[in-house]
Design a protein around this ligand. Structure first.
Ligand SMILES: NC(=O)c1ccc[n+]([C@@H]2O[C@H](COP(=O)([O-])OP(=O)(O)OC[C@H]3O[C@@H](n4cnc5c(N)ncnc54)[C@H](O)[C@@H]3O)[C@@H](O)[C@H]2O)c1
Ligand SMILES: CC(C)[C@H](C(=O)O)[C@@H](O)C(=O)O
Ligand SMILES: [Mg+2]
Length: 408
């Protein structure tokens, strides 16, 4: 599997951005040149786990799957899709949010494309039976600690931004969110009874040095390939976990002399994102700050329906999903913007499978559909053509098919 970035942990070189080794096996299982001499060239085969989930999840996944399939086939890739229930859909089917079969298919795939999880129906479930737990199990057990959330204002969508044109235009940042640690997973946690008999809710923000180092390295490497600026966002004026975070990130900076490192408190960062988002190139931050800041950044780009993500570990398949949720308020109405999921499929190709050409086909097709004026409701502005989720998907498919490289 093609590694996109190499890094070091404790001086041992390891691959950071790659999918499982299954694809290599699959390639070797592909028909040999001699056998196929008269037919088309041997195709690379990949197993993709599709986890549609809940709400708008199935709507956006069905569209993204078609786009992935077509873009891949034009680059000689063949996908074996296996669709499995997760979240509320799995709770309804088998009583747990992450069935063993689903995890096993995901773990043994080359990459996972997930829609969204959650919904009103399960909101009152006990915590371990909430759909969202599936996400935690997946992220934790696949060890995908590095979550890349790019927020780019496309020229076609400047008017859809919540910010004024002159502030939004040209924004292009990458949020590197730590995904398997911090307050989401820290112990102790739970709702307990205190000594005076009162209920107390406990969540613990905790980071070990190695967890900070490995995400910081991913962020330095990412910044190095972008504009060379890294801003580490923390709350080191208050939180002990952030004090250690800042110390470790600072200590690593000498290994990346070509990257300009700065630090910012998270409250200021939330404000600066709105005041002057162009100051940011790469941001590295902990699990919860990354969750919040990426939703904020999405509105600079026009909509949360535009932001894809890639979650990557040191080995095994990557997990690719839009940053948005199941949007129960618009589910089943063909109103969802599928572009975040389609762009997540592009990230799957690029970071998960190392198939940059196929990824570029998808990115170009998205730009082409936007250039032609197609807009779902969340990114609509007067003068454009309002379409639903399915039609947007069909337009992107047409653009992939026409092999037109969009001019931005
Ligand atoms: N990764 C995930 O699966 C994920 C992420 C966030 C929230 N959730 C879950 O989703 C459920 C709803 O959460 P929420 O309402 O806070 O967040 P949400 O992201 O689902 O929706 C927030 C708002 O954004 C809109 N929106 C979201 N995605 C859109 C899209 N693709 N196109 C157009 N509009 C879109 C929704 O209609 C809604 O008004 C909850 O159960 C939550 O836990 C799941
Ligand atoms: C649904 C929720 C558990 C999840 C998170 O907080 O990580 C979501 O908001 C996200 O951004 O992927
Ligand atoms: Mg979130």
């Amino acid at each position: 599997m093609a590694a996109v970035i190499q890094t070091k942990i404790h001086q041992n070189p390891i691959k950071i951005f790659h999918g499982s080794s299954r694809s290599l096996t699959n390639q070797s299982r592909a028909p040999s040149r001699i056998m196929c001499a008269a037919a088309s060239p041997a195709k690379k085969r990949f197993n993709i786990a599709l986890l549609p989930g809940d709400g708008i999840g199935p709507e956006v996944i069905s569209v993204a799957k078609n786009v992935l399939q077509l873009a891949g086939s034009l680059e000689g890739l063949e996908f074996n899709f296996q669709e499995m229930p997760v979240g509320g859909a799995a709770l309804d089917l088998v009583g747990v949010p992450m069935p063993e079969d689903t995890f096993s298919v995901a773990k043994n795939s080359d990459a996972i494309l997930l829609g969204a999880i959650g919904g009103y129906k399960w909101d009152k479930n006990e915590k371990h039976l909430r759909p969202e737990m599936a996400l935690f199990y997946l992220r934790r057990d696949l060890k995908v600690f590095a979550n890349l959330r790019p927020a780019t204002v496309l020229p076609q969508l400047v008017d859809a931004s919540s910010l004024k044109r002159e502030i939004a235009e040209g924004v292009d940042m990458m949020i590197v969110r730590e995904l398997t640690g911090g307050i989401y997973f820290g112990e102790p946690r739970g709702i307990k009874i205190s000594e005076n008999g009162e209920e107390v809710g406990i969540s613990t923000e905790i980071y070990a040095a190695h967890e900070i180092d490995r995400i910081a390295r991913v962020a330095f490497e990412t910044a190095r390939k972008r504009r060379g600026k890294l801003c580490s966002v923390d709350k080191a004026n208050v939180l002990d976990a952030s004090i250690l975070w800042r110390k470790r990130v600072t200590a690593l900076a000498s290994e990346y002399p070509d990257v300009e490192l700065s630090h910012m408190y998270v409250d200021n960062a939330a404000m600066q994102l709105i005041r002057d988002p162009k100051q940011f190139d790469t941001i590295v931050t902990n699990n919860i700050f990354g969750d919040i800041l990426s939703d904020e950044a999405s509105m600079i780009t026009g909509s949360i329906g535009m932001l894809p993500s890639a979650s990557l570990g040191a080995s095994g398949p990557g997990l690719f999903e839009p940053i948005h949720g199941s949007a129960p308020d618009i589910a089943g109405q063909d109103k969802a913007n599928p572009l975040a999921t389609i762009l997540s499929a592009a990230m799957l190709l690029k970071y998960g499978l190392g198939e940059e050409k196929a990824a570029k086909r998808i990115e170009d097709a998205v730009l082409d559909a936007l250039n032609k004026g197609f807009r779902t409701g969340d990114i609509y502005s007067p003068g454009n053509k309002l379409v639903g989720c399915k039609e947007m998907g069909e337009e992107v498919l047409k653009s992939v098919d026409s092999k037109v490289a969009a001019t931005v």
